[in-house]
Design a protein around this ligand. Structure first.
Ligand code: AMP
Length: 282
């Protein structure tokens, strides 16, 4: 497995692969890899000849009071896991390379970037779309795999790819959970044992919404009020949002008959967690 730290070197490696007729499957990550990330890596490997995984804690997507400096950085262990998965290239550039002095160009998806997490984390999605656009230019992937865990991110990136005619297929991989239902996240490492238990309320809430939906309820208002009362049963959860929305436009839907996304974000202590569930058409 090759670890590439230099942008030019990555571009040369991608060009060489494409000249040989090899397809490239790409997974952008911020490292601190867990099974959720590895499930994306496996998808990239089945969809393409060569897997490129980026590890880059992107300063542009963190707010001034967020956890950028604290974010777990475990490059050596990450590379060992990726090597065991049979990955060909890890691309791990420095912030100075990605954002040299004077870099002022950004990619911003208007109308979507201020919804859900974008509402609570101003500038977050602008940071995500800018870095992913840059990574796509550098890696030149045929396909890129993202997790359904970050459902709003998927909507924003789909729109970016469509609007800017990027020649890359987006593949969305399902949420990987712990045995007790907690969605895997690099930020779970911040939770105390007590908070980790409290955080199970997110998945429990989504399960209740799913059960109500399965029993025939389609009114978003009713589903939302079930969810809010379940969430309120865990006073340690500081709710950021619970929304029932269209997964592409992120706009609220009154009825879930055409399918919908139930998305939740809450903090446990200072750790903000997200989770979601796709409700099928009824
Ligand atoms: P991150 O390192 O947090 O930027 O995540 C990198 C990619 O992994 C994103 O596309 C996430 O949606 C995805 N991901 C994170 N956690 C999970 C999970 N529990 N299941 C599936 N994908 C995930």
């Amino acid at each position: 497995m090759r670890i590439v730290r230099d942008i030019r070197e990555m571009q040369t490696a991608s060009r060489a692969a494409r000249v040989q007729g090899l397809t490239i499957g790409f997974v952008p990550t911020m490292g601190a890899l867990h099974e959720g990330h590895l499930s994306l890596v496996r998808q990239a490997r089945t969809h393409a000849d060569l897997a490129v995984i980026s590890i880059f804690v992107n300063p542009l997507q963190f707010g001034p009071s967020e956890d950028f400096s604290q974010y777990p950085r475990t490059l050596e262990a990450d590379c060992a896991r990726l090597e065991a998965e049979g990955v060909e290239i890890v691309f791990a550039p420095t912030p100075e390379q990605m954002y040299p002095n004077g870099a002022t160009t950004v990619v911003h998806v208007e109308g979507l970037s201020d919804k859900l997490d974008g509402g609570s984390r101003p500038g977050h999605f602008r940071g995500v779309t800018t870095v992913v656009a840059k990574l796509f230019h550098i890696v030149q992937p045929d396909c890129a795999v993202f997790g359904q865990k970050d459902a709003a991110q998927v909507a924003v990136l789909r729109r970016m790819v469509r609007d800017l005619n990027m020649d890359v297929e987006l593949i969305v991989a399902p949420i990987v959970r712990e045995a007790d239902g907690l969605a895997l996240s690099s930020r779970n490492a911040y939770l105390t044992p007590q908070q980790r238990q409290q955080a199970l309320i997110l998945h429990r809430t989504l399960q209740q919404v799913e059960a109500s939906s399965d029993s025939g309820k389609t009114s978003s208002e009713e589903l939302r009020s079930t969810a809010l009362s379940t969430l309120a049963s865990e006073p340690a959860a500081k709710l950021d949002y619970f929304e029932i929305i269209d997964p592409d436009t992120l706009a609220p839907v009154a009825e879930t008959t055409n399918g919908a996304l139930a998305a939740v974000a809450a903090s446990f202590g200072t750790t903000r967690l997200i989770d979601n569930l796709l409700l099928p058409k009824r």
